[in-house]
Design a protein around this ligand. Structure first.
Ligand code: G16
Length: 550
């Protein structure tokens, strides 16, 4: 069977999904990403890999065809492991190898994986598929489905869905429906029922007056999968939340819109019309990131990014734990992109420990699992909250303890409802929107009250295009540079010239660029520092074209 399937896969690969170029591709920060035209063979082979992985794990595996925040001409694929988490790191290497071998090495490579991982091909395999709204996605999805089918996997194609929905479907199915029902309706109903229950709990305690909170949200969907999904979600909650949608298919995916554009440019998305103080959100193309923003009275753009969401959520959860009198090990996980002011606020004001890890949700997710309650958010708006089994058991016991004061039991009920509203498998723009709205409503806060918790240090992000972005090697989560030699010392000298200066660079794992981040006491200084750092990268790492300016 092994030889027959491997040879059939190689033959089909050569005729229908041949590797038409020599460019190597790597399973990066969030799967494979590249120009869509270069991905036929990669998707076909990943379909095969998913069928093999399913047998290794004895569970359903997910394959999401998306390039998330990247431009429309790109595409990519993320593999979802059985509990809804990102692919295990060891298998990233296996995936990279399989994606890069020559067409006539395909059968030998498949056989090698089967032998090395001791895969029993007689076992059943099952793969769930989802895709984003890119024009190239149906074709690439078909390639992956063919790969899985050839390896005798049962295949379920959910069509256009958000990435976090596919993560949820995989986790729900593999949990025998304990995590939820693995359908779109099951997903919306789980999240929105929890949202409704939480709101009822708050209103029964406090009455309907919600102070400065208003239930109106302006929502930029980046012309991605968030549009159709949010329109469905909004129907479930039309008596509680009012949405005004923009970029729901009228323009190009992620173009001058979406969470990444808004976060990096620190400006309003195009085509979105808002009034002063409207609470606005932007999703990215596959709806796993969300950022909030508004325009203040002087029409100044104000961003509330992933760091703000982390601090809002952490503060509220800590408050519920205090009411319950429960001592659980709670922590926040960030990356080097976290604004220094947010880290200071979480550590010093909220008194919650903060860990810093490498960029990429998989790193944050793993670290967050070390806490009873782990809150992780990248500054770009990608994140969620994880609750350990122990935390869930203790909170449930408290809710059931009739001897306790009503306030404590109500806090426990809120916390359990909150857990149902969170997508614990990965960052989820829809779930995160619901938890932010829940907390703002419970606190009776406007978006300005939320923003007043702390003042962000001015910052700037730039991209430098270089010949080979992997010339830059970072050695730790703070992104100190190991190579090219001497570059870190050059950075340090420069950073020392700016009050509150901090800056770093790292090769992107999703785009062909080196990313630059700089922070300083004023916006002008942050801009200047970012431009100088970008110039150094351009000089020392083989920049292409002109170095970026601001
Ligand atoms: C992906 C990852 C994120 C990461 C982002 C940018 O997001 O899931 O963890 O922060 O890429 O990564 P990089 O700086 O390496 O390009 P998405 O929303 O594009 O899937």
């Amino acid at each position: 069977k092994k030889l027959a399937w491997a040879l059939a896969a190689e033959a089909k690969g050569k005729t229908d999904y041949s590797r038409k170029h020599e460019k190597a591709i790597e399973y990066g920060t969030a799967g494979f990403r590249s120009k869509a035209v270069d991905l036929d063979h990669v998707l076909y082979r990943i379909g095969i890999l998913a069928a093999l992985r399913s047998r290794v794990k004895g569970a359903t595996i997910g394959v999401m065809i998306t390039a998330s925040h990247n431009p429309v001409a790109d595409n990519g694929v993320k593999i979802v492991d059985p509990s809804g988490e990102m692919l295990e790191i060891l298998w990233e290497t296996i995936a990279t190898n399989l994606a890069n071998v020559k067409d006539d090495e395909l059968s030998a490579t498949i056989i090698q994986i089967v032998d090395q991982e001791k895969i029993d091909l007689d076992k059943p395999a099952s793969v769930y598929f989802g895709r984003d709204t890119r024009p190239s996605s149906p074709h690439l999805s078909n390639a992956a489905v063919e790969g899985s089918t050839l390896f005798n996997a049962s295949v379920k194609d959910f069509g256009i869905v958000t990435t976090p929905m596919l993560h949820y479907f995989v986790a729900a199915y593999n949990s025998n429906n304990e995590y939820g029902i693995p359908t779109a309706e099951g997903y919306f109903s789980k999240l929105t029922s929890a949202f409704r229950a939480f709101r009822e709990e708050v209103i029964s305690e406090r009455g309907p007056d919600c102070g400065d909170y208003t239930p109106i949200i302006v929502a930029d969907m980046a012309n991605g999968v968030g549009g159709p999904a949010m329109e469905q979600m909004a129907k479930h909650l039309k008596d509680l939340l009012t949405f005004e949608f923009f970029n729901v298919g009228e323009g190009e995916l992620n173009h001058e819109s979406g969470a990444d554009y808004v976060k990096v440019r620190q400006t309003l998305p195009k085509r979105v019309r808002i009034k002063s103080k409207d609470r606005c959100v932007s999703f990215d193309g596959d709806a796993d990131r969300i950022v909030y923003y508004y325009q203040d009275q002087s029409v100044k753009f104000r961003l509330l990014d992933g760091d703000r969401i982390a601090s809002l959520v952490a503060g509220y959860i800590k408050n519920l734990l205090d009411i319950m009198g429960m001592e659980l090990n709670i922590g926040v996980v960030q990356t080097a992109y976290a604004n220094g002011a947010s880290t200071k606020y979480i550590k010093e004001v909220l008194q919650i420990p903060v860990a810093c890890v490498h960029t990429g949700v998989k790193h944050l997710h793993h670290k967050a699992q070390e806490f009873d309650i782990g809150i992780y958010f990248e500054a770009n708006g990608h994140g969620t909250v994880l609750f350990s089994k122990k935390a869930k058991v203790l909170i449930k016991a408290l809710r059931e303890d009739k001897r306790l004061a009503g306030g404590k039991r109500s806090a426990a009920r809120k916390m359990l409802t909150f857990i149902d509203m969170v997508n614990e498998t990965t960052g989820d723009a829809i779930a995160d929107l619901l938890i932010v709205e829940t907390i703002l409503h419970a606190r009776a806060w406007s978006v300005e009250t939320w923003e007043n918790c702390y003042t962000d240090l001015p910052n700037r992000q730039l991209k430098v295009t270089v010949k080979d972005r992997n010339i830059i090697k970072v050695i730790d989560p703070q992104c100190h540079i190991g190579e090219p030699e001497g570059l870190q010392e050059d950075f340090d000298r420069l950073i020392g010239l700016f009050a509150d200066g901090r800056a770093f660079v790292r090769p992107s794992g999703t785009e062909d660029v080196v990313r630059v981040y700089a922070e300083a006491n004023t916006q002008a200084n942050a801009d200047k520092l970012a431009v100088h750092i970008a110039k150094l990268v351009h000089q020392k790492a083989g920049g292409i074209g002109d170095p970026p300016t601001w």
